[in-house]
Write a protein that binds this ligand. Structure first.
Ligand SMILES: Cc1cc2nc3c(=O)[nH]c(=O)nc-3n(C[C@H](O)[C@H](O)[C@H](O)COP(=O)(O)OP(=O)(O)OC[C@H]3O[C@@H](n4cnc5c(N)ncnc54)[C@H](O)[C@@H]3O)c2cc1C
Length: 386
């Protein structure tokens, strides 16, 4: 497989990305087809992801994490997606949504309690969406009621990535609907807390090995100490976490696009028609040159957003643009890869049809493309208003 182009990485970053790529090719690639068929991540892979240090990239070393940058997590998500976007999102949710929320808002006691587990064996999920609230996320109906020292949660969460494997769920619930979004509060809920059940698993078009489940909360008892951040400030946690998370989805999409492209280029150089490799025909040359250019520009957008975030600079518009554009590029790149392979591209014996199916999710989760456009538009109006 052609190595991914280097886009101004430090030596450490390059070494790290190479290690993740090698891991993905050696340990993940042989199982991708079967995991897609089974609609399940191979259980044996999960401890390997922990051993590689990929499940606690930014978590401080004192808790067992790698204490690396957000950008490092982005490199891991991208590299894994070149081989399997499902494994990529497994790692993405753990780092960019769950660990980061605990890192930014968790009390020292919550960090000390949960990070050692999150870096060694526990998988996390992020539970915001519900049957009647998706894009309009703050219309969520899950309620939290104070009873003595505990909170009691009732509601149904939908579309929860890693729901089947998770040990820890960050759940957004409203403690006082009369206050609207200012009642929304984030809770850390362990899988074994009474009243939490993993519900139906979705049968999906793509990223089939990534579990997507309902999470049912029926009088689920959560200790007051497990409130993440402040009561009534969950909306802020949700917004800020998803702003960062979008860069992760951008990384997943550029990795996916690169994986499909790498395979298609190799094929076009070997496949002979009219007495020569099909890559020689200008009709194809112009198409693959265009795809490669789009992947490179999407990568720069994703890397830029991640670098801005690490530098503590404003990044929300850049993150939304990166997610919007890289999901468009991924869909086009995977679709073109199917065409570049001709008939075999349309079969499950070759990996590009799976990339094509997997690409679709990039325009939907962590805010649909319309929601990204709406964020970008809002920020542009603010920027240009006098
Ligand atoms: C595989 C998968 C994994 C997911 N993982 C998670 C997870 O881990 N945690 C979690 O909380 N959620 C998760 N989600 C949920 C995901 O974030 C939502 O599906 C997404 O935000 C869209 O919400 P919705 O499905 O309710 O669509 P809707 O909000 O009903 O949108 C339907 C369509 O209407 C458009 N639309 C809606 N409102 C507007 C508007 N104001 N202007 C213009 N267009 C609009 C949308 O762009 C979309 O095209 C996941 C979803 C999937 C499919």
């Amino acid at each position: 497989m052609t190595p991914m182009p280097l886009t101004r990485l430090t030596e450490d970053e390059s070494i790290f990305r190479e290690a993740v790529l090698q891991f993905a090719q050696a340990q993940v690639a042989p199982h991708v087809h079967q995991m897609d068929q089974d609609a399940k991540i191979r259980p044996e892979l999960i401890p390997q992801l922990f051993e590689m240090g990929l499940m606690g990239v930014e978590v401080p070393e004192k808790f067992g994490g790698a204490e690396a940058s957000f950008f490092t997590a982005i490199l891991a998500i991208e590299a894994l997606a070149t081989v399997d976007p499902s494994v990529s999102v497994f790692v993405d949710v753990q780092n960019t949504l769950v660990n980061n929320a605990i890192l930014n808002y968790g009390s020292p006691a919550l960090q000390a309690k949960y990070f050692p587990k999150m870096c060694s064996q526990w998988v996390g999920s992020y539970c915001l969406s519900e049957p009647s609230s998706g894009s309009d996320a703050f219309a969520l109906k899950t309620r939290a009621e104070k009873r003595g020292d505990d909170w009691v949660l009732n509601g149904t969460k939908l579309w929860i990535t890693n729901g089947a494997e998770a040990n820890l769920y960050i759940v957004l619930a409203n403690v006082d609907p009369s206050k609207g979004y200012k009642g929304i509060t984030a809770f850390i809920v362990e899988r074994d807390f009474p009243g939490l059940k993993v519900g139906k698993k979705e049968d999906k078009l793509g990223i089939r090995a990534s579990s997507t489940t309902e999470i049912l909360l029926e009088d689920c008892v959560v200790p007051a100490a497990n409130v993440l951040g402040e009561v009534g400030k969950g909306y802020k946690i949700a917004i800020e976490t998803l702003n960062e998370g979008r860069i992760g989805i951008g990384a997943q999409m550029i990795g996916l696009a690169q994986g499909a492209f790498d395979y298609a280029m190799g094929y076009m150089l070997e496949r002979q028609q009219f007495g020569q490799p099909i890559a020689n025909f200008q009709g194809l040359e112009f198409q693959y040159a265009q795809v490669a250019t789009e992947i490179e520009s999407a990568r720069l957008m994703v890397y830029n957003a991640a670098r801005l975030k690490d530098a503590g600079l404003p990044f929300v518009k850049e993150a939304a643009m990166a997610k919007l554009y890289s999901s468009q590029v991924a869909e086009r790149a995977a679709s073109m890869a199917v065409e570049f392979l001709g008939g075999v591209g349309f079969t499950k014996e070759y990996p590009v049809e799976k990339f094509f199916r997997d690409a679709k999710i990039g325009k939907i989760y962590e805010g649909t493309s319309n929601m990204q456009l709406s964020t970008i538009g809002k920020l542009l109006r603010k920027q240009y208003s006098r």
